[in-house]
Design a binder for this molecule. Structure first.
Ligand code: COA
Length: 260
């Protein structure tokens, strides 16, 4: 599968997707949004892929937002469709059923922060800067940012970031729960890959159950969420990996999960 604006690499069971428009700080134009949805859907269907890393090309940015040159000329109908397109792409990432780690080297602004928030885990370089600056363009986050930010940080911080458009540095992003970990720039790639490899060695159906229970069940009422959890737990019991995991514990050895 060849993409104009993405690079795809397989590192064992880890698929790394790189948004590759460094001269535009990896801004998300419609073409890139479509490619991302396609690339993530394909990874979701491919059993050889157990974990994904998403990053941006170049030294400066993860993704510096929706492409403002496209945004500048849209009609209201096109703007609605652009927002829907972006929201769809973010939702494909969020509901993939395989862990997606955002590797944030620099700017994650606007649609870039929204994309990072659709990922399940976020590792940031100490040089990263995050924010929702859309208000400075006279609009608001349109790829789900108002909703996911609210859920991640709570209302006060979500409103502060969206209303002011202020950027936060990596330390503040960590304090606000926006990223899971902050590491030195030179360690970012290795730390992210090590985490991905750790997850790739886990039982995929267990990972999927966790993601479904938290991402999907977490949006429902408690009773429905608990049902997601119980159903996922039952599905795991149908896997060889669950037998292997429990047997390995009892035999005092390390489990090897075949993904079956
Ligand atoms: N859309 C389109 N192009 C973008 C972009 C975006 N969101 N963000 C950066 N670019 C482009 C710039 O236009 C520039 O292109 P050019 O060299 O052809 O002029 C190139 O990327 C480099 O950006 P530049 O602004 O020169 O880099 P900088 O280091 O001075 O500033 C930022 C970096 C991130 C602070 C600045 O680019 C910025 O504010 N970008 C927009 C962020 C934003 O508002 N995102 C939300 C969009 S809804």
């Amino acid at each position: 599968m060849a993409f104009e604006n993405l690079l795809i690499e397989n590192l064992g069971a880890v698929r790394r997707i790189t948004v590759n428009r460094p001269d535009k700080l990896n801004a998300l134009n419609a073409q890139t949004l479509g490619e991302l949805a396609e690339a993530f859907s394909a990874a979701g269907r491919d059993p050889s892929v157990r974990v994904l890393i998403l990053r941006g090309a170049g030294e400066k940015a993860f993704v510096a937002g929706a492409d403002i040159s496209e945004l500048a000329v849209v009609t209201p109908v096109e703007a609605r469709d652009f927002a829907r397109h972006g929201q769809h792409t973010m939702r494909v990432v969020e509901t993939l059923g395989k862990p997606v780690i955002a590797q944030i080297n620099g700017y994650a602004l606007g649609g870039g922060m929204e994309l990072a928030l659709a990922c399940h885990l976020r590792i940031a370089s100490s040089k990263a800067r995050l924010g929702q600056p859309e208000i400075n363009l006279g609009v608001l986050p349109g790829f789900g940012g108002t909703q996911r930010l609210l859920r991640v940080t709570g209302r006060g911080v979500a409103l502060e970031l969206c209303l002011t458009g202020a950027q936060v540095d990596a330390t503040r992003a960590y304090e606000l729960n926006l990223v899971n970990r902050v590491v030195a720039p030179e360690e970012l790639e290795q730390v992210t890959l090590a985490l991905a490899e750790q997850l790739a060695a886990s039982a995929p159906e267990g990972l999927r159950g966790i993601l479904d229970a938290v991402v999907l069940g977490g949006e429902a009422d408690l009773v429905t969420g608990l049902d997601y959890e119980a159903q996922a737990f039952a599905t795991c019991a149908a896997t060889e990996d669950m037998r292997e995991g429990t047997r390995a514990f009892l035999e005092r050895r390390k489990a090897v999960f075949a993904g079956k």
